[in-house]
Structures are given as structure tokens and as C-alpha cells.
Write a new protein. Structure first.
Length: 319
């Protein structure tokens, strides 16, 4: 228990009473014992100081410097008045606890931006999908919200990779992905691009572990199956559009069977050629076929021109 005691002032030398209440107040806040009596403290506050018409705090003469100890004491008194009974009372503790709970509950508000979907989880279990706008859900750690972008178009390249050094863009071939076997037992080199978007955010997040790798592997499988049912010549010429359409349809069905929540926007072939090792020989064959077709067309044209004339001349001689 604190008791009143006398302290000598360092300025005037007179003793002043340091009351038990003031001692308790100083002790609770970690303040040291006062060194000046109340009269000397009041006199120091009323005095100006320094020279040149300015006080030591950059104020005019007669303006007292701020008493840091007094400012701290006043601010703590004001805060103490907000919590009747002080920090140690049960009422003050309840008010602080209610404030913390209110801040925690307020953290449950979240905003879903345009193009996104909010996926709400409660204790780690999927509950529902929310639309763009301001929403509320159970704060962490009870609830959790994911906000994937469902309008962004993602792209995967198969058969090649692009790289950029800031000045130019290079293309590197990946033969392990691009070389395929056609329906007539020939090898073809196919590079293509798959564009996809998120169709169902919940399925996309929880049904497949690595969405991009799943789309890539499924796309390779789909196009190999379609190319395996197409001849080399058709794949290179008249059925390129059919190959793309069939691959897109087959890839979508594969991903739907996985419940991947992915929509295939487009499958586009970038390069369709024979393997580089035989491409020169293949081009020679194609040129030979073109020469053959041209010779046949020229012969047909000559025949279509000479036969009617010969028939007409024969008929004229007979008459």
C-alpha cells in the first residue's frame, strides 16, 4: 500500500507531499517520482525561455514549452475515461474484447472484381460461388475466399516454346510433343496452341491439382488421336480445319469427364510439316505430283481441243 511521503524540490528546496494516490498513478504508468514541487512545475510552464524573441520550442516569449509528462498523463486519463472502471475492471476487459470481436467480424467483407468469381469455403469445405460486388463471409480462420479470374484467356503451346530476351523473340522446337503418327503410318510434325478459360471456378479449384498441366496433357492426347485417324496428305492440306475442330471437341469432352471446370476456346495449328529430316524429299515428291497434275491437265486440254477439230474435219471430208 502507498502512503503519503515528503519529497524535497530540486529548485526551491522546500518539501512537498507526494500523495498515495499520485504514487499509485505513477506506479501504474511506470513514471518516476517527481523532482519539483507543483508550484515550481507551474512556474516553469508559465515561463518563456531562450533569446531572440523565441522560446526554446520555437514559440514567442511567454509561451510555455509543452510538458511531455503532463501530456502523457492527460491522454491516458482521457483514454481511461472511455473505459469506466479502468483497464483492470471486468467491464473494461469486456469492452476491449467486444472491440476486438467487432474488428474480426468486419474483416469478413470482401470484394469480387468484374471478371472474377468468389469461391467461399467454411472450415475448408466448399459452400458456394458468389458474383462480382461486395460480399460477406465468415472471417478467417473459420472461412476462406478464393477469387479466380474466369474471363481471362489462358494459352498453352504444344510442340514448341517461345523465349524473349527483350529485343527479339525466339522459337524452340520440342519434338517430343510435336512428332505424331498419321493414319497412313507416316510421321508428321505439328505445333499448335490451346486457348482456354475457367468455366466453373469451384470445379477448377478443387477437382484437379494442376489445371495447366492437365489441359496440356489432355490436348496432346486429343490431337494425337485425331491425327492418328487422318492421312498425312489430308492433315497437310484439305483437312487442317477438320483436325482443329475434332481436337477441340475431343479435348473438351476429356476435360468435362474430369470435372475440370475448363472451357476450350480454340485449338489452332501453327505449323504442320513432315519431319525436318525428310522435308526436302517430301517437297520433291509434292513438286513431282504437281508436275504430273500439270502435264495431265495440259494433255486433257490438248485432247479437248484437237479431237473435236479432227471429228469436224473428218465429217467435212465424208460429205
Amino acid at each position: 500500500m502507498f502512503q503519503d511521503r515528503n519529497i524535497g524540490c530540486v529548485e526551491c528546496g522546500q518539501d512537498f507531499v507526494f500523495s498515495a494516490d499520485d504514487q499509485q498513478y505513477h506506479s501504474e504508468r511506470g513514471y518516476s517520482d517527481p523532482k519539483r514541487c507543483p508550484s515550481c512545475r507551474a512556474a516553469r510552464r508559465a515561463q518563456g525561455g531562450g533569446g531572440g524573441g523565441q522560446g526554446p520550442w520555437g514559440r514567442g516569449p511567454g509561451t510555455p514549452p509543452p510538458d511531455i509528462e503532463e501530456l502523457l498523463r492527460r491522454s491516458q486519463d482521457k483514454f481511461k475515461n472511455l473505459i469506466p472502471g479502468g483497464f483492470g475492471s471486468s467491464r473494461g476487459f469486456i469492452l476491449i474484447l467486444l472491440g476486438v470481436i467487432a474488428i474480426w467480424l468486419f474483416s469478413g467483407f470482401y470484394r469480387v472484381q468484374p471478371g472474377e468469381q468468389g469461391v467461399e469455403l467454411l472450415f475448408g469445405k466448399f459452400v458456394k460461388v458468389t458474383a462480382p460486388g461486395l460480399n460477406y463471409w465468415a472471417p478467417a480462420p473459420l472461412g476462406q475466399v478464393f477469387k479466380p479470374n474466369v474471363e481471362h484467356t489462358n494459352q498453352i503451346t504444344i510442340g514448341y516454346r517461345t523465349s524473349s530476351d527483350g529485343r527479339s523473340t525466339g522459337v524452340r522446337d520440342v519434338p517430343q510433343e510435336s512428332l505424331m503418327l498419321t493414319g497412313d503410318q507416316n510421321i508428321i510434325d505439328v505445333d499448335f496452341v490451346v486457348q482456354w478459360r475457367i468455366k466453373n471456378a469451384a470445379n477448377f479449384l478443387f477437382n484437379i491439382r494442376n489445371p495447366e498441366a492437365t489441359v496440356k496433357i489432355s490436348a496432346e492426347s486429343a490431337i494425337r488421336e485425331v491425327i492418328g485417324q487422318t492421312t498425312l496428305e489430308d492433315a497437310l492440306t484439305i483437312k487442317r480445319g477438320d483436325v482443329e475442330a475434332q481436337t477441340k471437341e475431343l479435348l473438351q469432352s476429356i476435360l468435362d469427364s474430369y470435372g475440370a471446370g475448363v472451357f476450350i476456346v480454340e485449338v489452332k495449328q501453327q505449323k504442320v510439316d513432315p519431319p525436318s529430316e525428310v522435308i526436302d524429299a517430301f517437297n520433291d515428291v509434292q513438286r513431282a505430283k504437281q508436275d504430273q497434275e500439270r502435264s495431265v491437265n495440259e494433255a486433257d486440254a490438248y485432247r479437248n481441243g484437237i479431237v473435236p477439230r479432227a471429228k469436224g474435219e473428218a465429217a467435212r471430208l465424208i460429205q
